[in-house]
Design a protein around this ligand. Structure first.
Ligand code: SF4
Ligand code: SF4
Length: 445
């Protein structure tokens, strides 16, 4: 069936279930159509009905895995988890293999009181990683000026720029080992800078690997200096972000990028990985992800970049471009965006206003933000930001990570008033937990 036919069938099923929501066959068909159309609230209601009717679960259990995956991808992680918990015993009775529910990582408390909001917030298994994450901006400077990023859109705030010394980096790593917020933290060697500008990046990767921890790099690959040493040092992940495979696309939103150079460097990276890592066990090799930022002007590039990633042995990820930092998103909602920001927002498939409205509709306010409960952001000069999504020096919470205990930093995050503003506008990094209601007549779910 093409999508028009699926939609027609969906509309018919909606009517049928409005007349009789106990119609098992209609519920089963609603699950199939709803999953095709991404109508997750209708699928949720159909599964609720099927579970309550307790009629031949083997007819629908297998689709629950797909439903949980779609819920999770839509940010409804707690709901996805509660479904997997709910049907675990039933699935085992009928021999149906479903993914195990994700546990909350052992290093996280299940909840924390927020003194500014005056209520307790729940935690969830974080999307960004199962361990605690440090975002260390080892190169607090960038050769690009992307208008969606504070390096391009907040040059007026006087944020210092520079490189972190290897000694300071090692001291920070040693302190993390002492603080030990989790046994094996993940170290991002970037936040608002281009890590490949740092001449000792490979030494930093090695310092992390020597502790048995994983390091992640995010780059645009406009520079390739030290790329061979980096591949030999073996970070766990290199993400290459791009917004097109032509100058006319990529260089609009990755401003100052040289696309021809980036494409050549992607090939070079693939060759270096073959040269230096083919003898390394697969699980210890560097994963490379080509991360495509979707805008209105670059839709045609996605398939070509996906094919290129496959050819080079890289993973591919495509996601809607978003505006950073959180301060600029709030500016858009408050009607005080600068022309640079307004122009780039025009190119986005989803504007900060739409994201804000959608998140406020989908979130009850019961859940915490993982940018603060599972991450700490350290600038090149050792100062600590409120989180990895804030840029303004005014939103820093401590001038020196080395002189602040983990508990002090956590307390400062939870006492900061800006998180309340961010959350009330729906820009925090959290989960959705409210599906729209479904009315299927008197017996409707
Ligand atoms: S998004 Fe990345 S590449 Fe672009 S200006 Fe910001 S730090 Fe540089
Ligand atoms: S609530 Fe907003 S400002 Fe606060 S930590 Fe989360 S993303 Fe950052």
């Amino acid at each position: 069936m093409d999508s028009g036919q699926v939609q027609q069938a969906f509309d018919g099923l909606h009517e049928r279930l409005s007349r009789d929501s106990r119609d098992v066959d209609a519920c089963l068909l609603m699950v199939a159509c709803g999953l095709r159309l991404g109508q997750l609230h209708h699928v949720h209601a159909a599964f609720q009905k099927l579970l309550a009717l307790d009629d031949a679960p083997q007819r629908w259990l297998a689709q629950l895995g797909e439903f949980a995956a779609q819920l999770d991808a839509g940010g409804f992680r707690p709901l996805a988890q509660s479904w997997l918990h709910e049907v675990k015993a039933l699935a085992s009775r009928y021999g149906c293999a479903l993914p195990d529910p994700l546990p909350l990582p052992a290093h996280l408390a299940t909840e924390r009181h927020d003194p500014v909001l005056g209520r307790t917030l729940k935690r969830y298994p974080p999307f960004e990683g199962a361990s605690y994450i440090y975002a260390i901006d080892v190169a607090g400077t960038c050769n690009l000026r992307c208008p969606s990023c504070p390096v391009g859109n907040m040059r007026d705030v006087g944020k210092p720029t520079g490189l972190m010394s290897l000694d300071v980096f090692k001291a920070i790593v040693a302190k993390i080992a002492t603080d030990q917020p989790a046994t094996s933290p993940i170290i991002h060697l970037f936040n608002w800078g281009e890590p490949l500008l740092h001449p000792q990046l490979a030494d930093m990767v090695l310092a992390v690997r020597q502790r048995g921890w994983r390091s992640y790099i995010s780059t645009t690959l406009n520079v390739a200096r030290g790329l061979d040493a980096l591949v030999i040092a073996r970070p766990a992940l290199i993400k290459v972000s791009i917004s097109g495979d032509t100058a006319q696309t990529n260089e609009v939103t990755h401003a100052r990028s040289r696309t021809d150079r980036v494409l050549a460097h992607l090939r070079l990276l693939s060759e270096l990985l073959s040269l230096h890592q083919s003898d390394v066990p697969e699980q210890a090799r560097t994963r490379v992800v080509l991360a495509f930022h979707e805008y209105k002007h670059n839709g045609e590039c996605g398939q070509r970049l996906r094919a290129m990633a496959a050819e080079l042995g890289f993973e591919f990820n495509s996601s809607l471009a978003v505006l950073q930092p959180v301060e600029k998103n709030i500016d858009v909602v408050m009607n005080r965006a600068t022309p640079v920001v307004q122009q780039v927002v025009e190119l986005m498939e989803m504007s900060p206003r739409q994201i804000s409205a959608l998140n406020r509709m989908r979130r009850s306010g019961q859940f915490d933000c993982e940018s603060r409960f599972n991450m700490t952001a350290i600038n090149f000069d050792g100062s600590v930001s409120l989180c990895c999504n804030t840029y303004s020096p005014a939103l820093e919470i401590h001038p020196n990570f080395l002189q602040a205990s983990h508990q002090t930093l956590e307390a400062k995050k939870y006492q900061h008033g800006f998180c309340k503003t961010c959350m009330s506008n729906g820009f925090h990094y959290s989960v959705n937990d409210q599906l729209p209601p479904v009315a299927w007549g008197q017996d409707g779910a």
